[in-house]
Design a protein around this ligand. Structure first.
Ligand SMILES: C[S@@+](CC[C@H](N)C(=O)[O-])C[C@H]1O[C@@H](n2cnc3c(N)ncnc32)[C@H](O)[C@@H]1O
Length: 406
């Protein structure tokens, strides 16, 4: 079957790699979406294992709709009994852009009317709409009046993993958090630290990755495909059992986080426990200025998402905070790679390090960067009575000049 996985901007290539490694035949990498071909087993495996997919779609119709009449007519041409069974409820999610139709809700409404009218004419009964937990969720995408209709295989966006109990003010979307961990190139073995961890989304996604836990195992309720006419329950339970058996019981990496706010750390602990990772992730209440690396011998990575300070008047506070982050990285994380995910590029200049890489991403509507800093060793040695001459590699300090910004 032809399938499409949607994702966040900037994660498309990583998603294609992830799908490929699950056995998908990739046919197209687009903006925020990857198209691929696979069978039922692959569909079930992607639903369970994909860390980077948002929606998982199975397209079944494509047409051009110049106006309302054309949309109604084209939708009426589809035999809806092939997709919505007797007594099943349904709902439509619609995304409309660059089209003569302005409102996605209106498009969804018209599509719903065409479906309901067909049922009424052919069977005398009309299926009910349930926008919260429908048996069948349809997805309509209209771009330049070209419509693609799909079945939503998960029934919901896969970023809602189901482990999150509580969140702080600005939690990261789980897919984005997994994306940051994967973009960092973390091997799942080295220490990983988030010194401003909030509700621990980065730490939790890292823990799931390291312990080989399939994120889809936390999914609340049924997946959409469990209500499809061609659902194979035995294959599904086999794929689930195989996924559960993959879990590694021994801790694979030192993963730790801290935050200034004790209430936030309580939330983080609840989320980590809900994900079954309480034995694998350490938490503490601590200011980022006091954040420490677990061991000097085994350098790891820092991944963190500081506040951006979106409110007016917070500029000076943010500049001071980012300077503190930079100072802590330089003093306490030598030998580490640090990844700072931020939407405040002005304040990020105060980190005072040259970014080795900047990956453009979005956090909701906010234009962000994942900034990579390489923290070379040996530049903040304690003075010794007979200091050895520095090796050429050690002379480089923190990797060069101050960051000049974008
Ligand atoms: C944008 S939130 C992090 C959200 C997190 N990635 C998540 O998914 O929940 C930034 C966090 O930095 C914390 N913070 C602010 N100033 C801090 C400081 N000086 N030291 C440590 N944490 C701090 C806040 O309490 C907040 O939880």
């Amino acid at each position: 079957m032809h399938l499409t996985a949607t994702t966040q901007f900037g994660l498309e290539e990583l998603l294609a790699d992830e799908l490929y490694s699950l056995g998908a035949d990739i046919t197209h990498i687009g903006s925020r979406a990857v198209e691929f071909i696979g069978d039922q087993r692959l569909l079930y495996e992607v639903a369970l294992w994909s860390r980077l997919s948002m929606r998982l779609l199975r397209p079944f119709a494509a047409f051009y709709a110049a106006d309302e009449k054309a949309l109604y007519r084209e939708v009426s041409r589809i035999d809806w009994q092939d997709f919505i069974g007797p007594g099943q409820t349904f709902a439509i999610t619609s995304v409309v852009n660059r089209s003569t139709f302005e409102h996605s809700l209106f498009v969804a409404q018209l599509t719903k009317d065409a479906i309901v009218d067909q049922f009424r004419e052919r069977t005398g009964e009309r299926p009910s709409v349930d926008t919260r937990t429908p048996d069948i969720r349809l997805h309509l995408r209209m771009s330049e009046n070209e419509v693609i209709l799909s079945l939503d295989a998960a029934g919901d966006s896969l970023h809602r993993r189901g482990y999150r109990q509580h969140t702080n003010e600005a939690p990261l979307n789980e897919v984005l958090a997994a994306g940051l961990v994967m973009l960092s190139g973390w091997d799942g073995k080295k220490p990983l630290i988030d010194p401003m961890c909030g509700s621990a989304t980065i730490l939790t996604e890292a823990g799931l990755l390291a312990q080989r836990i399939a994120p889809g195992l936390f999914h609340q309720g049924k997946f959409g495909f469990e209500n499809w006419y061609d659902f194979e329950p035995e294959l599904w339970s086999q794929v689930r059992e195989e996924a559960k058996a993959q879990r590694l019981e021994e801790p694979q990496a030192y993963i730790a986080g801290s935050d200034l706010d004790p209430k936030v750390i309580d939330m983080a602990a609840a989320n980590i426990t809900a994900a079954g990772l309480e034995d694998f992730i350490r938490l503490s209440v601590r200011d980022v200025k006091d954040a420490v690396a677990p061991s000097k011998e085994e350098p790891g990575i820092v991944i963190t998402n500081p506040p951006y300070g979106e409110r007016i008047g917070e500029e000076a506070e943010m500049e001071a905070l980012y300077k503190t982050i930079g100072d802590a990285l330089k003093a306490n994380f030598q030998g580490y790679d640090a990844f700072v995910f931020t939407g405040n590029l002005e304040a990020a200049k105060r980190i005072g390090l040259k970014a080795a890489r900047r990956t453009p991403l979005f956090n909701g509507p906010i234009d962000c960067r994942l900034l990579k800093y390489e923290l070379y060793r040996g530049s903040r040695r304690a003075p010794s009575p007979h200091p050895p001459a520095p090796s050429p590699a050690e002379r480089g300090s923190y990797g060069g000049a101050e960051d000049g910004g974008e």
